[in-house]
Design a protein around this ligand. Structure first.
Ligand SMILES: [Zn+2]
Ligand SMILES: [Zn+2]
Length: 93
């Protein structure tokens, strides 16, 4: 399933088309759910794992949370809150 947030293959944060990696917005046990529902974005290396403020960096929690919120908002344009909760198990909005 392609991203529900992006039509273009470019970094979701900065628009770069270099060194792109696929980021699953809900990790761990929700990674598969993220794959199946398009809860993922392209990120450049810098915004994915490259520094403290990258989404996986030690100061990346706000960015990580923002991406989760964006996924939920987009999903709820066409689905209910209950459907999101049953997929991911919590509400981020
Ligand atoms: Zn970027
Ligand atoms: Zn990632």
């Amino acid at each position: 399933m392609k991203s529900i947030l992006q039509g273009q293959k470019e970094c979701y944060i900065c628009g770069s088309r270099e060194n792109l990696q696929s980021h699953h917005c809900f990790p761990g046990k929700n990674r598969k759910t993220s794959e199946e529902n398009g809860f993922k974005v392209w990120l450049c290396l810098d915004h994915h794992t490259g520094g403290n403020y990258s989404v996986h960096g030690k100061d990346g929690k706000m960015l990580s949370l923002m991406l989760k919120k964006h996924c939920q908002l987009k999903f709820e344009e066409t689905h209910t809150r209950g459907e999101f909760m049953s997929l991911i198990g919590r509400n981020y909005l």
